[in-house]
Design a protein around this ligand. Structure first.
Ligand SMILES: C[C@H](O)[C@H](O)[C@@H](O)[C@@H](O)C(=O)O
Ligand SMILES: [Mg+2]
Length: 397
Protein backbone atom coordinates (compact mmCIF):
# COMPACT_ATOMS: atom_id res chain seq x y z
CA UNK A 1 0.00 0.00 0.00
CA UNK A 2 1.84 3.15 -1.14
CA UNK A 3 1.93 6.02 1.38
CA UNK A 4 -0.33 8.99 0.63
CA UNK A 5 1.56 11.92 -0.87
CA UNK A 6 -0.38 15.17 -0.62
CA UNK A 7 -0.22 17.77 -3.41
CA UNK A 8 2.30 20.52 -2.75
CA UNK A 9 1.41 24.12 -1.88
CA UNK A 10 1.18 26.26 -5.01
CA UNK A 11 -0.08 29.68 -3.89
CA UNK A 12 -0.30 31.66 -0.65
CA UNK A 13 -2.55 34.74 -0.77
CA UNK A 14 -3.42 37.34 1.86
CA UNK A 15 -6.54 39.48 1.79
CA UNK A 16 -7.99 42.22 3.94
CA UNK A 17 -11.67 42.52 4.75
CA UNK A 18 -13.55 45.37 6.43
CA UNK A 19 -16.84 45.08 8.29
CA UNK A 20 -18.20 42.49 10.72
CA UNK A 21 -16.09 39.74 12.20
CA UNK A 22 -15.44 39.13 15.85
CA UNK A 23 -13.34 40.90 18.48
CA UNK A 24 -11.15 43.76 17.13
CA UNK A 25 -13.00 43.80 13.84
CA UNK A 26 -15.46 46.48 12.74
CA UNK A 27 -18.62 46.69 14.83
CA UNK A 28 -21.53 49.09 14.37
CA UNK A 29 -22.70 51.88 16.68
CA UNK A 30 -24.21 50.85 20.02
CA UNK A 31 -22.58 47.41 20.14
CA UNK A 32 -21.94 46.20 23.71
CA UNK A 33 -18.37 45.36 22.72
CA UNK A 34 -17.58 49.02 22.17
CA UNK A 35 -19.54 50.66 25.01
CA UNK A 36 -17.36 52.28 27.67
CA UNK A 37 -15.16 49.22 28.20
CA UNK A 38 -12.17 49.80 30.49
CA UNK A 39 -8.87 49.66 28.62
CA UNK A 40 -5.29 50.92 29.14
CA UNK A 41 -6.42 53.99 27.15
CA UNK A 42 -9.24 54.78 29.60
CA UNK A 43 -6.85 57.11 31.46
CA UNK A 44 -7.50 59.50 28.55
CA UNK A 45 -11.13 60.74 28.78
CA UNK A 46 -11.31 61.24 25.02
CA UNK A 47 -10.62 57.51 24.50
CA UNK A 48 -12.78 56.18 27.35
CA UNK A 49 -16.18 55.65 25.69
CA UNK A 50 -15.16 53.70 22.60
CA UNK A 51 -12.26 51.34 21.87
CA UNK A 52 -12.62 52.20 18.19
CA UNK A 53 -11.76 55.80 19.10
CA UNK A 54 -8.20 54.69 19.88
CA UNK A 55 -8.09 52.25 16.99
CA UNK A 56 -8.93 48.76 18.20
CA UNK A 57 -10.21 48.00 14.71
CA UNK A 58 -7.50 49.86 12.83
CA UNK A 59 -5.85 46.68 11.56
CA UNK A 60 -9.04 44.86 10.58
CA UNK A 61 -9.46 41.35 9.29
CA UNK A 62 -6.82 39.19 7.61
CA UNK A 63 -7.85 36.27 5.42
CA UNK A 64 -5.09 33.84 4.42
CA UNK A 65 -5.65 31.41 1.55
CA UNK A 66 -3.33 28.50 0.73
CA UNK A 67 -3.97 26.71 -2.58
CA UNK A 68 -2.53 23.27 -3.31
CA UNK A 69 -1.47 22.03 -6.74
CA UNK A 70 -4.77 20.14 -7.09
CA UNK A 71 -6.79 23.33 -6.53
CA UNK A 72 -7.81 22.55 -2.95
CA UNK A 73 -7.86 25.74 -0.88
CA UNK A 74 -7.39 26.05 2.87
CA UNK A 75 -8.12 29.40 4.48
CA UNK A 76 -8.32 31.13 7.84
CA UNK A 77 -9.56 34.40 9.30
CA UNK A 78 -7.70 36.36 11.97
CA UNK A 79 -6.79 40.00 12.66
CA UNK A 80 -3.82 41.90 11.30
CA UNK A 81 -5.21 43.51 8.20
CA UNK A 82 -2.96 45.11 5.61
CA UNK A 83 0.36 45.04 7.50
CA UNK A 84 -0.15 41.34 8.21
CA UNK A 85 -1.00 40.79 4.55
CA UNK A 86 2.34 42.40 3.65
CA UNK A 87 4.20 40.03 6.00
CA UNK A 88 2.37 36.98 4.62
CA UNK A 89 2.96 37.86 0.94
CA UNK A 90 6.43 39.40 1.11
CA UNK A 91 8.02 37.23 3.81
CA UNK A 92 6.15 34.11 4.94
CA UNK A 93 4.89 32.75 1.58
CA UNK A 94 8.42 31.72 0.56
CA UNK A 95 8.46 29.06 3.30
CA UNK A 96 5.28 27.39 1.99
CA UNK A 97 5.14 27.51 -1.80
CA UNK A 98 6.51 24.31 -3.31
CA UNK A 99 6.39 22.55 0.07
CA UNK A 100 4.14 19.74 1.33
CA UNK A 101 1.33 20.82 3.68
CA UNK A 102 2.51 18.04 6.00
CA UNK A 103 5.69 20.04 6.70
CA UNK A 104 3.84 22.33 9.13
CA UNK A 105 6.50 21.99 11.87
CA UNK A 106 9.38 23.05 9.61
CA UNK A 107 7.22 25.75 8.00
CA UNK A 108 6.28 27.17 11.42
CA UNK A 109 9.91 27.12 12.56
CA UNK A 110 11.06 28.99 9.46
CA UNK A 111 8.19 31.53 9.64
CA UNK A 112 8.96 32.27 13.29
CA UNK A 113 12.75 32.41 13.23
CA UNK A 114 12.93 34.28 9.93
CA UNK A 115 10.79 37.06 11.47
CA UNK A 116 12.14 36.86 15.03
CA UNK A 117 14.25 39.97 14.50
CA UNK A 118 11.10 42.06 14.07
CA UNK A 119 8.32 39.80 15.38
CA UNK A 120 8.04 37.41 18.34
CA UNK A 121 4.60 38.64 19.42
CA UNK A 122 1.66 40.75 18.20
CA UNK A 123 1.11 41.51 14.54
CA UNK A 124 3.80 39.22 13.14
CA UNK A 125 2.63 36.23 15.17
CA UNK A 126 -0.97 37.06 14.13
CA UNK A 127 0.23 36.72 10.53
CA UNK A 128 2.07 33.47 11.29
CA UNK A 129 -1.05 32.21 13.10
CA UNK A 130 -3.26 33.01 10.11
CA UNK A 131 -0.95 31.07 7.81
CA UNK A 132 -0.75 28.14 10.23
CA UNK A 133 -4.54 27.95 10.62
CA UNK A 134 -4.99 28.03 6.84
CA UNK A 135 -2.41 25.23 6.57
CA UNK A 136 -4.33 23.05 9.05
CA UNK A 137 -7.55 23.81 7.17
CA UNK A 138 -5.85 22.71 3.93
CA UNK A 139 -4.49 19.55 5.56
CA UNK A 140 -7.94 18.62 6.76
CA UNK A 141 -9.48 19.30 3.36
CA UNK A 142 -6.83 17.26 1.55
CA UNK A 143 -7.24 14.38 4.00
CA UNK A 144 -11.03 14.86 4.15
CA UNK A 145 -10.92 14.95 7.95
CA UNK A 146 -11.91 17.61 10.51
CA UNK A 147 -8.92 19.26 12.18
CA UNK A 148 -9.90 17.80 15.56
CA UNK A 149 -9.32 14.30 14.13
CA UNK A 150 -5.80 15.37 13.13
CA UNK A 151 -5.21 16.60 16.72
CA UNK A 152 -6.00 13.29 18.38
CA UNK A 153 -9.78 13.19 18.37
CA UNK A 154 -12.47 14.28 20.80
CA UNK A 155 -11.99 13.51 24.49
CA UNK A 156 -15.66 14.34 25.20
CA UNK A 157 -18.93 14.20 23.25
CA UNK A 158 -19.63 17.90 23.32
CA UNK A 159 -18.20 21.33 24.04
CA UNK A 160 -19.71 23.48 26.80
CA UNK A 161 -19.38 27.24 26.66
CA UNK A 162 -19.39 30.30 28.81
CA UNK A 163 -20.55 33.47 27.03
CA UNK A 164 -18.69 36.78 26.86
CA UNK A 165 -20.95 39.79 26.72
CA UNK A 166 -22.68 42.51 28.71
CA UNK A 167 -25.71 40.33 29.54
CA UNK A 168 -24.81 37.27 31.65
CA UNK A 169 -28.49 37.11 32.67
CA UNK A 170 -29.42 36.43 29.05
CA UNK A 171 -26.47 34.02 28.71
CA UNK A 172 -27.92 32.00 31.60
CA UNK A 173 -31.32 31.80 29.89
CA UNK A 174 -29.55 30.65 26.71
CA UNK A 175 -27.97 27.72 28.53
CA UNK A 176 -24.37 28.89 28.89
CA UNK A 177 -22.38 27.75 31.95
CA UNK A 178 -21.31 31.28 32.81
CA UNK A 179 -21.14 34.90 31.73
CA UNK A 180 -18.01 37.02 31.37
CA UNK A 181 -18.73 40.76 31.47
CA UNK A 182 -16.54 43.55 30.17
CA UNK A 183 -15.31 45.77 33.02
CA UNK A 184 -16.59 49.30 32.39
CA UNK A 185 -14.58 51.51 34.77
CA UNK A 186 -10.83 51.67 35.27
CA UNK A 187 -8.54 53.31 37.85
CA UNK A 188 -8.85 56.75 36.22
CA UNK A 189 -12.48 56.85 37.37
CA UNK A 190 -11.40 56.39 40.98
CA UNK A 191 -13.39 54.93 43.82
CA UNK A 192 -16.64 56.05 42.17
CA UNK A 193 -15.82 53.92 39.14
CA UNK A 194 -14.89 50.95 41.31
CA UNK A 195 -18.22 51.25 43.15
CA UNK A 196 -20.05 51.33 39.79
CA UNK A 197 -18.23 48.14 38.75
CA UNK A 198 -19.25 46.40 41.96
CA UNK A 199 -22.84 47.62 41.62
CA UNK A 200 -23.01 46.14 38.11
CA UNK A 201 -21.65 42.83 39.39
CA UNK A 202 -24.10 42.81 42.32
CA UNK A 203 -26.98 43.50 39.93
CA UNK A 204 -25.95 40.61 37.68
CA UNK A 205 -25.50 38.30 40.67
CA UNK A 206 -29.05 39.14 41.79
CA UNK A 207 -30.37 38.40 38.29
CA UNK A 208 -28.35 35.21 37.74
CA UNK A 209 -28.69 33.58 41.14
CA UNK A 210 -25.92 32.33 43.45
CA UNK A 211 -24.31 29.59 41.35
CA UNK A 212 -24.03 30.91 37.78
CA UNK A 213 -20.42 31.72 36.88
CA UNK A 214 -19.78 35.43 36.68
CA UNK A 215 -16.41 36.72 35.47
CA UNK A 216 -14.86 40.08 34.57
CA UNK A 217 -12.76 40.77 31.52
CA UNK A 218 -10.56 43.75 32.45
CA UNK A 219 -8.77 44.00 29.10
CA UNK A 220 -5.34 45.08 30.47
CA UNK A 221 -6.88 48.19 32.04
CA UNK A 222 -5.88 47.95 35.70
CA UNK A 223 -2.89 48.09 38.04
CA UNK A 224 -2.18 45.57 40.79
CA UNK A 225 -3.56 47.78 43.55
CA UNK A 226 -6.85 48.54 41.80
CA UNK A 227 -7.28 44.93 40.63
CA UNK A 228 -6.66 43.71 44.18
CA UNK A 229 -9.22 46.10 45.68
CA UNK A 230 -11.72 45.21 42.94
CA UNK A 231 -11.23 41.46 43.50
CA UNK A 232 -11.66 41.78 47.26
CA UNK A 233 -14.84 43.86 46.86
CA UNK A 234 -16.16 41.44 44.20
CA UNK A 235 -15.62 38.35 46.32
CA UNK A 236 -18.92 38.64 48.19
CA UNK A 237 -20.68 38.54 44.81
CA UNK A 238 -18.94 35.33 43.82
CA UNK A 239 -16.70 36.57 41.00
CA UNK A 240 -15.27 33.36 39.53
CA UNK A 241 -12.30 34.91 37.74
CA UNK A 242 -10.69 38.25 37.03
CA UNK A 243 -9.34 38.25 33.48
CA UNK A 244 -6.42 40.09 31.95
CA UNK A 245 -6.44 42.71 34.71
CA UNK A 246 -3.02 44.21 33.96
CA UNK A 247 -0.50 44.67 31.17
CA UNK A 248 0.50 41.40 29.45
CA UNK A 249 4.14 42.46 29.90
CA UNK A 250 3.82 42.74 33.68
CA UNK A 251 4.45 39.10 34.61
CA UNK A 252 5.59 40.26 38.05
CA UNK A 253 2.27 42.11 38.54
CA UNK A 254 0.26 39.00 37.68
CA UNK A 255 2.40 36.98 40.11
CA UNK A 256 1.52 39.50 42.84
CA UNK A 257 -2.17 39.74 41.89
CA UNK A 258 -2.51 35.96 42.04
CA UNK A 259 -1.20 36.11 45.61
CA UNK A 260 -3.52 39.02 46.51
CA UNK A 261 -6.91 37.83 45.28
CA UNK A 262 -9.27 36.12 47.74
CA UNK A 263 -8.98 32.34 48.03
CA UNK A 264 -11.18 30.64 45.48
CA UNK A 265 -11.08 33.47 42.93
CA UNK A 266 -9.16 32.64 39.74
CA UNK A 267 -6.74 34.91 37.90
CA UNK A 268 -6.71 34.38 34.12
CA UNK A 269 -4.79 35.90 31.23
CA UNK A 270 -3.00 35.16 27.96
CA UNK A 271 -5.11 36.32 25.04
CA UNK A 272 -2.42 38.88 24.14
CA UNK A 273 0.47 36.51 24.92
CA UNK A 274 2.26 34.59 22.16
CA UNK A 275 4.34 31.43 21.62
CA UNK A 276 5.47 28.67 23.98
CA UNK A 277 8.09 31.07 25.40
CA UNK A 278 5.58 33.72 26.42
CA UNK A 279 3.31 31.18 28.04
CA UNK A 280 6.27 29.49 29.72
CA UNK A 281 6.87 32.80 31.50
CA UNK A 282 3.22 32.98 32.66
CA UNK A 283 3.35 29.36 33.87
CA UNK A 284 6.76 29.28 35.53
CA UNK A 285 6.15 32.60 37.30
CA UNK A 286 2.78 31.28 38.52
CA UNK A 287 0.96 34.31 37.06
CA UNK A 288 -2.48 32.77 36.61
CA UNK A 289 -4.80 29.80 37.05
CA UNK A 290 -6.07 29.59 33.46
CA UNK A 291 -4.21 30.62 30.30
CA UNK A 292 -6.31 31.96 27.42
CA UNK A 293 -4.29 32.02 24.20
CA UNK A 294 -6.07 33.10 21.04
CA UNK A 295 -5.18 30.50 18.43
CA UNK A 296 -5.30 33.22 15.75
CA UNK A 297 -2.76 35.34 17.64
CA UNK A 298 -0.49 33.00 19.71
CA UNK A 299 1.08 31.16 16.77
CA UNK A 300 -1.72 28.99 15.42
CA UNK A 301 -2.55 25.35 16.11
CA UNK A 302 1.06 24.16 15.67
CA UNK A 303 2.16 26.46 18.53
CA UNK A 304 -0.97 25.98 20.65
CA UNK A 305 -0.18 22.26 20.80
CA UNK A 306 3.12 23.11 22.51
CA UNK A 307 1.58 25.77 24.77
CA UNK A 308 -1.17 23.40 25.88
CA UNK A 309 1.24 20.56 26.70
CA UNK A 310 3.33 22.96 28.79
CA UNK A 311 0.21 24.13 30.67
CA UNK A 312 -0.92 20.53 31.20
CA UNK A 313 2.45 19.71 32.77
CA UNK A 314 1.88 22.66 35.13
CA UNK A 315 -1.65 21.48 35.94
CA UNK A 316 -3.20 24.56 34.36
CA UNK A 317 -6.32 24.87 32.20
CA UNK A 318 -6.16 26.23 28.66
CA UNK A 319 -9.36 28.01 27.63
CA UNK A 320 -8.60 29.80 24.38
CA UNK A 321 -9.87 33.33 23.74
CA UNK A 322 -13.05 33.29 21.64
CA UNK A 323 -11.95 32.38 18.12
CA UNK A 324 -14.85 30.22 16.93
CA UNK A 325 -14.08 27.00 15.08
CA UNK A 326 -10.35 27.71 15.23
CA UNK A 327 -10.42 27.03 18.98
CA UNK A 328 -13.32 24.54 19.09
CA UNK A 329 -11.38 21.94 17.10
CA UNK A 330 -8.59 22.25 19.67
CA UNK A 331 -10.61 22.42 22.89
CA UNK A 332 -12.58 19.24 22.10
CA UNK A 333 -9.29 17.28 21.97
CA UNK A 334 -7.73 18.40 25.27
CA UNK A 335 -8.58 17.26 28.83
CA UNK A 336 -7.12 20.48 30.26
CA UNK A 337 -9.53 22.50 28.12
CA UNK A 338 -12.82 21.55 29.83
CA UNK A 339 -14.89 24.38 28.35
CA UNK A 340 -14.72 27.04 25.64
CA UNK A 341 -15.51 30.73 25.23
CA UNK A 342 -18.32 31.94 23.01
CA UNK A 343 -18.10 35.62 22.17
CA UNK A 344 -21.58 37.12 21.85
CA UNK A 345 -21.29 39.23 18.71
CA UNK A 346 -24.97 40.24 18.72
CA UNK A 347 -25.04 43.96 19.63
CA UNK A 348 -27.33 43.44 22.65
CA UNK A 349 -26.19 40.83 23.27
CA UNK A 350 -29.50 39.02 23.47
CA UNK A 351 -29.09 36.37 20.75
CA UNK A 352 -26.57 33.74 19.71
CA UNK A 353 -25.16 34.72 16.31
CA UNK A 354 -22.07 33.43 14.48
CA UNK A 355 -18.86 35.10 15.66
CA UNK A 356 -17.21 35.58 12.26
CA UNK A 357 -20.16 36.96 10.33
CA UNK A 358 -20.21 37.53 7.38
CA UNK A 359 -16.77 36.06 6.68
CA UNK A 360 -17.59 32.41 7.44
CA UNK A 361 -20.26 30.19 5.92
CA UNK A 362 -21.37 27.20 8.00
CA UNK A 363 -19.96 28.47 11.31
CA UNK A 364 -21.51 26.31 14.05
CA UNK A 365 -22.90 28.09 17.12
CA UNK A 366 -23.74 26.66 20.56
CA UNK A 367 -27.29 25.49 21.22
CA UNK A 368 -28.28 25.68 24.87
CA UNK A 369 -24.64 26.58 25.55
CA UNK A 370 -23.31 23.37 24.03
CA UNK A 371 -22.01 22.04 20.73
CA UNK A 372 -21.74 18.35 19.90
CA UNK A 373 -18.38 17.14 18.60
CA UNK A 374 -20.28 15.85 15.57
CA UNK A 375 -21.09 19.48 14.66
CA UNK A 376 -17.39 19.79 13.78
CA UNK A 377 -17.48 16.81 11.39
CA UNK A 378 -16.50 18.43 8.13
CA UNK A 379 -13.08 18.69 6.45
CA UNK A 380 -10.61 21.16 7.88
CA UNK A 381 -12.21 23.65 10.27
CA UNK A 382 -15.53 22.81 8.61
CA UNK A 383 -16.34 26.28 7.34
CA UNK A 384 -16.20 27.96 3.96
CA UNK A 385 -15.20 31.52 3.10
CA UNK A 386 -18.07 33.77 2.08
CA UNK A 387 -16.79 34.84 -1.32
CA UNK A 388 -19.53 37.46 -1.61
CA UNK A 389 -17.68 39.69 0.89
CA UNK A 390 -15.37 42.38 -0.46
CA UNK A 391 -11.86 40.92 -0.17
CA UNK A 392 -8.89 43.10 -1.13
CA UNK A 393 -5.41 41.71 -1.93
CA UNK A 394 -3.15 44.68 -1.21
CA UNK A 395 0.14 42.91 -2.01
CA UNK A 396 1.32 40.07 -4.24
CA UNK A 397 4.63 38.24 -4.58
C1 LIG B 1 -14.59 43.67 25.62
C2 LIG B 1 -14.42 42.28 25.70
O1 LIG B 1 -14.65 41.84 26.99
C3 LIG B 1 -13.07 41.78 25.26
O2 LIG B 1 -12.63 42.33 24.06
C4 LIG B 1 -13.27 40.34 25.12
O3 LIG B 1 -14.08 40.14 24.00
C5 LIG B 1 -12.02 39.54 25.05
O4 LIG B 1 -11.00 40.02 25.87
C6 LIG B 1 -12.44 38.17 25.46
O5 LIG B 1 -11.88 37.63 26.42
O6 LIG B 1 -13.36 37.65 24.78
MG1 LIG C 1 -10.37 38.64 27.42
Amino acid sequence: MPIVTLPKIKHVRAFTVRGGGADYHDQGEGHWIDDHIATPMSRYPEYRQSRQSFGINVLGTLVVEIEAEDGTIGFAVTTGGEPAAFIVEKHLARFLEGRSPTDYEKIWDQMYFSTQYYGRKGLVVNAISGVDLALWDLLGKLRQEPVYHLLGGAVRDELQFYATGARPDVAKELGFIGGKMPLHHGPAEGIEGLKKNIAELADMRAKCGPDFWLMWDCWMALDVDYATRLAIAAHEHGLKWIEEAISPDDYWGYQQLKRNVPKGMLVTTGEHEATRWGFRMLLEMDCCDIIQPDVGWCGGVTELLKISALADAHGKMVVPHGSSVYSYHFVITRHNSPFAEFLMMHPGPTEVVPMFHPQLIGEPVPENGRLKASALDAPGFGVELNRDIAMHRPYTH
